[in-house]
Write a protein that binds this ligand. Sequence first.
Ligand SMILES: Nc1ncnc2c1ncn2[C@@H]1O[C@H](COP(=O)(O)OP(=O)(O)OP(=O)(O)O)[C@@H](O)[C@H]1O
Ligand SMILES: [Mg+2]
Length: 421
Amino acid sequence: MELVIFTAIEGLQAQLEQCGELAILAPSRLDQVARLLEGARPPEALYLDDTRPAPLPELWRIITLARRVGARVLVNFNGSARGALNDAQAAGLPTLSEREPAAIVAWLAEHLRLRRDAPGRLTVVAVGAAKGGIGKTFATCVLAEGMRRRGLRVLVWDSDISNPGLVPAFRIPGSAPSYLHLIQRGPAHWNADGIRPFIFQPEHTRGTATGWGAIDFLIGSHTVARAENDVRLPDWQGFYQGVVSLEGYDLVLIDTPPDYLRRPYATHVLQSGGTVVLPAPPGARERLGVGHLLDHLRDHAPERIEQCALLFMEPERGVTATVREVAALFTRRYPQVASLGTLPRAPRLASLADEHDGYISMLDIGPHSPFAGAVHQVVDTLCSRLGLAPALPMPRSSLWARLNARLRGEGAVASHSPAIA
Ligand SMILES: Nc1ncnc2c1ncn2[C@@H]1O[C@H](COP(=O)(O)OP(=O)(O)OP(=O)(O)O)[C@@H](O)[C@H]1O
Ligand SMILES: [Mg+2]
């Protein structure tokens, strides 16, 4: 289908081009739009918004012309022409008032009946929070490890590049490639072939003979962290399109940054059809942060808010609020947002993993611990929500193994002397 778009919204054309079935023409002036419409073979559809300077009567003239030549017209007025939305509706045009490219693409796809979920588009889960230190990276690690134990192939994308917690957590070496270099190369490289060489595959998270899946990584490395300033939102969104077109994975898991207004990556994932997991420790400040992000997501993707899920985290010792109380609060305020369950605190397992010489998962240190049991349960719930059918069953521990683990204090792994790096 040939679609003419008249817009200055950055990233919109790039995202539409990912839809496949569209041939897109994006003139920058209205007289060029008119010429296309008056040509021998007028386009089948015209999208226009009010982000380019154009007087309203001129926009109407183009709309009238487009309808006369049989083109479908879709109108998005969110700025200067917003007052004309009612008139457009009254004229029978599909209308929208939106600035977010992903939301506009979703709306256009629906009206033009485009296939968006082309085979090969990956399932995406963003782990999001509106506050630092809430447990995003922690949740990303254990979800990835839990998924892998079900035979799923996981691509973990560290998009919190100003504070790449996944690098120390997974012991990613400084020699790992950084996708920031690829972003700098420009949109022509943001496709599966371009991205693949930038995927890091550590030895310690390879698939196993017992059927475990692998965890691979897209890392924005420290060494180029200053280039972080250059990852503008449209670039991130364009890169995202390339990532979800990769083959060989069951799932992309994204660790997102907490500055959700400047870097609304979780919002983009939700608007693009993905799922957002929000780690939720019950402390007052933490739940305020979770609430802020949920409000933001509800404002920007109201029809997709049920694709958000809370992951409750038991608080540190001394915190008086309980998960049970806070879960009830969230259910009242956000009834569409389900819970994936609760992760118990496991400071000893976390510390043993941190201090271990080389990478080891908490799930390997305490395979029969209550913590591991909870992770497996959460992963199972998440898989069902995502419609993933893991090859391996949920790991279960016998009562005997659990008792034994408790007697051994969960971790029989030798720790070693702490070091700075
Ligand atoms: N259930 C748990 N048991 C033990 N430790 C935990 C648990 N949950 C979180 N932590 C610890 O809390 C700390 C903060 O978590 P994390 O680094 O994942 O937060 P974050 O949201 O990614 O922060 P940032 O915004 O700085 O990236 C980590 O040291 C982590 O080990
Ligand atoms: Mg983090």
